[in-house]
Design a protein around this ligand. Structure first.
Ligand code: ATP
Ligand code: MG
Ligand code: MG
Ligand code: MG
Length: 434
């Protein structure tokens, strides 16, 4: 019996005759030879069928097989320097497994809406293959990084009974006869985790009913949220930059083929592994924007939008930390600055090349009375936060944490235009199908 292999393992079977389960992505043929573009989910490569070397039936099948039909192919693996994958297979046999009539996606270009309507099929494309493999690597490297740093994963609930940052961006649902919301962040729960286990992180889906259409915002996205007890901001920034450099380096090391498909410049990515990342204060950021001449309306107190964030990170050609934002534009739980009452101890990490904020974080307020006043000021229901105040009532410690938007980071690392490409089934303002 022939050995069944995956395309990715072809390099270990040069000169051998093997069997592979594949789909046909494209083909071209002349009178004497047919070239079949094949994929099996592990890689893409070419099958060559030479008329004189195979039976008439096999050559006829090679000429009539249709896009996205599934096949078992048998043949011999050859090295092929011209193919991006480095190998091809000279076919001796083809067996059809599943038919495919008039596949709706052709190798020519389609519009965005069409591709989004056919997302379930578009995932098979080479570009999406590359992005999803890199997504998988970023997730794998995230677990590796936090494990090696001694964090444990504490899962935050997705259904929550209260709204930590106001209700405007929350999805409301019923919880039997009570009200509930889909989580927009696991942070408050991670703080409980940090007080219990020191260094923790959550990784799960979060939801924001944001009525904005940008190339950086999804309605449903995944967040990595570490939280660390006995930690001030500076140490937290070091963990953040080490984490980012580790993600980028892991993708460089383990996704060479996929970065090649996306034509992502690896030298640019390498620059993002050089630490430390620059740190500037929010005050300095506003000054930079004002001096640039491009932002005549920039004023102290504003939150930055996409053009401002793009300018700031581009200015350094590296991810840049912007520290200590105005209190008024940040959530209630951030630690007040020790000597200024207009800013909090926070940091956003802005990515270059126009990708904006990939991490938002802060040191957390430690004093229960201060927090209780903050909760009241924010118009939140005090009863909902008694458990959170308990974290300060029983052994409060300096602690810090941050949230990384998984798809933001992936979109930046892959160099894709739009965040919708970085999640298998994007949820967008006007889209919940498929
Ligand atoms: P932005 O300013 O870009 O709207 P934010 O400040 O509202 O982001 P945070 O609440 O700080 O976001 O969330 C932490 C991280 O989650 C952000 O740094 C970003 O990477 C990611 N993120 C936030 N909102 C979205 C979204 N709608 N879609 C995808 N990722 C998001
Ligand atoms: Mg936002
Ligand atoms: Mg922001
Ligand atoms: Mg933020």
């Amino acid at each position: 019996m022939l050995k069944t292999i995956s395309i990715i393992d072809a390099k270990n079977h040069i000169g051998e005759e093997v069997k592979i389960g594949v789909w046909l992505t494209n083909k071209r043929s002349s009178g004497k030879i047919a070239f079949l573009q094949l994929r099996d989910g592990t890689a893409f490569f070419q099958g060559v069928v030479v008329k004189n070397n195979v039976s008439e039936e096999v050559f006829a099948l090679a000429k009539e097989v249709k896009q996205e039909e599934s096949l078992y192919v048998t043949g011999t693996i050859h090295e092929d320097a011209r193919s991006p994958f480095g190998y091809e297979i000279e076919l001796s046999g083809i067996e059809k497994v599943g038919e495919s009539e008039n596949y709706p996606i052709s190798p020519k270009k389609h519009g965005v809406d069409f591709l989004m309507d056919h997302r379930h099929l578009w995932l098979r494309s080479k570009r999406q293959f590359a992005v999803m493999k890199i997504r998988n690597e970023v997730i794998r490297a995230t677990y590796e990084f936090y494990n090696k740093e001694g964090f444990i994963k504490i899962d935050a609930p997705i259904l929550t009974g209260s709204a930590p940052e106001g209700t405007t961006e929350l999805f409301h649902t019923k919880y039997f006869d009570k009200d509930a919301y889909l989580s927009q962040s696991g942070q408050l729960y991670e703080e409980a985790g940090a007080m219990a286990y020191g260094k923790v992180f959550s990784f799960g889906p979060t939801f924001r009913a944001e009525k904005s259409k940008t190339r950086r915002h999804l309605i449903e996205f995944w967040m990595v949220e570490p939280e660390m007890a006995f930690m001030h901001q500076e140490e937290s920034l070091e963990i953040q930059e080490q984490y980012i450099a580790f993600l980028v380096q892991s993708v460089i090391d383990n996704c060479e083929y996929e970065l090649g498909i996306l034509e992502r410049d690896v030298d640019v990515l390498k620059r993002y592994t050089e630490l430390p990342f620059p740190r500037i204060s929010y005050d300095e950021a506003v000054e930079l924007l004002q001096k640039s001449g491009e932002f005549p309306d920039a004023e102290w107190g504003d939150d930055f939008g996409s053009p401002e964030e793009t300018y700031l990170a581009e200015h350094f050609s590296k991810p840049v930390f912007v520290l200590n934002y105005p209190k008024a534009i940040k959530p209630f739980y951030m630690k007040p600055h020790p000597t200024r009452d207009d800013v909090v101890i926070s940091a956003d990490l802005l990515a270059p090349e126009g990708y904006g904020e990939i991490i938002g974080g802060s040191e957390r307020a430690t004093d229960p009375e201060f927090l209780e006043a903050q909760i009241e000021k924010a118009g939140l229901n005090k009863d909902d936060y008694q458990w959170y105040l308990d974290l300060r009532r029983y052994g409060s410690v300096p602690h810090s944490g941050f949230g990384l938007g998984l798809e933001r980071a992936i979109t930046w690392i892959t160099g894709e235009e739009h965040i919708r490409e970085s999640i298998p089934f994007p949820r967008l303002l006007n889209r919940i199908y498929p």
